[in-house]
Ligand binder design. Sequence first.
Ligand code: DGY
Length: 330
Amino acid sequence: MMRSKILVTREVFDDTLAFLAQSCEVESNQADAAFSPEELARRLAGKDGMVCCLTDAIDAKLLAACPRLKAVANIAVGYNNIDVAACSARGVMVTNTPGVLDDSTADFAWALLLAAARRVAELDATLRAGNWTHWQLKQWMGVDIHGATLGIIGMGRIGQAIARRAAGFDMPVLYCNRKRLDADLEKRLNAAWVSKDELLARADFVVLQLPYSKETHHLIGAAELARMKPTAILVNTARGGVVDDAALIEALGAGRLRAAGLDVYEGEPKLHPGFLKLKNAVLAPHVASSTEATRARMAMTAAKNLVAALAGGTPPNLLNPESRQSSRPR
Ligand code: DGY
């Protein structure tokens, strides 16, 4: 039987490659060289499938250059780097990695929340610069986390994992989500379903954990930031573009918002230079899911999705079942 030809666009784990090599002819990129769109199209032409990352743009132009392609397995739960409709139209299956990163991502949302509330990054920088000269009662005061109100926008699996952790801090949870959770789950999470405006007005911490799309572009802009308490803290572990970065920088700089903990940015990995001047922003480089165990699980999940798709089955995390009905116009 002919082995499927696949491209793995970025460095992955050895066992991911070993698993893929059992059934596929693999072209990998363990040097982790960044491919230009042209280079990606050149390498992908003639391939049946790909394992890719959020740094790879899978769009109609690329698909047109790769007529053999049958499946795209993203190593991420988010898939806004992929034009799913264009894939479906060409009969290309798309998969993601839901479930395996929920807890690690939730842990990191809390890391940012705690760091922003208690000024951990600012204090670390102060001590490293040799600027701790004396102890003082009113020194580098933060804000209490326990007992405060946590607002979560986007209450999918990761949002719920963030909410579960709030119990340890005695925090009531407000959430907004397209769909309301069932009453039992709301009770277990001590969570109340409210409108976005109410959440923004009442929460002491607002955590964003929803996918990026045209509809969620700048979901948090100047007007929404103005609705938040000036003492509130914003955490974004979702996607760049959900927040209007320029508006956030303006609000943080003017003291209209206490602080922010951010893992994602518009136009990342470039940062808006305004962030670098702010002491009240804790900045991380899109690493919320990045623990050794979780990143390995994500890569293996993508690999298994791809192998299942190329074997003619339904991959466990198929995002576009409609792709299978497509007449694959070539
Ligand atoms: C995801 O999975 O969508 C993360 O942002 C990348 O780990």
